[in-house]
Design a protein around this ligand. Sequence first.
Ligand SMILES: Cc1cc2nc3c(=O)[nH]c(=O)nc-3n(C[C@H](O)[C@H](O)[C@H](O)COP(=O)(O)OP(=O)(O)OC[C@H]3O[C@@H](n4cnc5c(N)ncnc54)[C@H](O)[C@@H]3O)c2cc1C
Length: 380
Amino acid sequence: MLRCVVIGSGIVGAALADRLAGEKAEVVLLEQGRPGQATSRWSLAWLNAAAKTPHAYHRLNADGMRAWARLATGLNGATWYRPVGNLRVADAGRREQLEATVARARAWGYAAHLVDREEAARIEPTVRLPDTASRNLCLAWFPQEGYLLTEPLVEQLVARARQRGASVRTGEAGRVTGIERVAGRVTAVRTADGERIPADTVVCCAGRWTSEVAAMAGIRVPMVDPTPPGSTAPGFVARVGPVEPSPTRVLHTPGVNLRPHGPRTVHLEAGDMTADLHTPETHLRDLAHTLLDRARQLLPGLSQARVQEYRVCVRPMPADGMPVVGTVEAVPGLYIVVTHSGVTLAARLAELVTRELLEDIRLPQLEPYRIERFTATSPQ
Ligand SMILES: Cc1cc2nc3c(=O)[nH]c(=O)nc-3n(C[C@H](O)[C@H](O)[C@H](O)COP(=O)(O)OP(=O)(O)OC[C@H]3O[C@@H](n4cnc5c(N)ncnc54)[C@H](O)[C@@H]3O)c2cc1C
């Protein structure tokens, strides 16, 4: 039986541990904090593929959406799976881009429709749409998209992985501090409580911390550094409520992107609202209130709402924007999975990675994402 150590229990590591354990691998899942409480907790968690290119990457994301539908049937999907569709509003400056996205998506067999204001109001009756004619706005509807509630999902993935025989260690017992190699090959990991955990394969699912963990095995994973001021890796999000009535869909508009988060809360973010790891607390609070003001323009149901939580969180972003998935040729026994579309992709990657590991094969769908594409990648 293959002994797999999975490092990191965000959505990517939890989905993989569940799948591997279901296929009878011997799994140890190691998490330095609590499962699902890092980037995955704060994500917009929008399931999407429409705007993703090239075609192979679009297909991987569309497969990702279907993989969640499959998983939902056996894992209490009512508590976390929301295939509610996505309504997008583009202003005059982005009209052509949205029209092109819809045309390309349709050509690729993906459900996408340009809609008028009346149709959009039928799709999401809680929204007060701006005057589309006078502002030359463009509206599009992607009915197969949606979102996930990642906290109950990760909790249930980890619980099922345990039922399937996985061992789950958290806190200091789960914090990986070293990766052991013998003659170049990974043989074990060490944790902060002094344990040595032997492994045939160590799978790094450490999200934004991937570079640090891979460096323990002497490997450089090129990722966007979140620390310099103005880095594109950090994102700002806020949660507000109560909302009555609550919207149902994912909404992308020029001023704010949002989705429901539980029965009376709405998750907000905006592409033009940048914050980084140095943004002062007072400015973050102002940003959260600006987001709420923008959302109120759109959703009258937020008239009594207050800011409940806000946060700068960090996207795990490989340097060229594409996932890194696969065995590291220079370090046998080390496998890396990191992507900045981790919510959309995690269930499909869990399926594909499990096959690669258990059948000792290389799947063509994953070939574009090998770490060896970075010419600068070499053992340290
Ligand atoms: C603002 C924002 C919006 C986003 N919107 C979307 C979206 O709409 N759709 C989408 O698909 N994606 C979106 N993403 C990206 C998506 O959220 C991430 O790709 C995904 O959550 C990454 O999951 P993960 O499991 O790789 O990482 P994480 O959830 O960060 O989990 C990694 C885990 O590894 C653990 N770890 C790290 N180092 C160690 C160690 N040494 N030992 C043990 N454990 C360790 C951490 O504690 C953590 O729990 C968004 C991200 C952000 C920030």
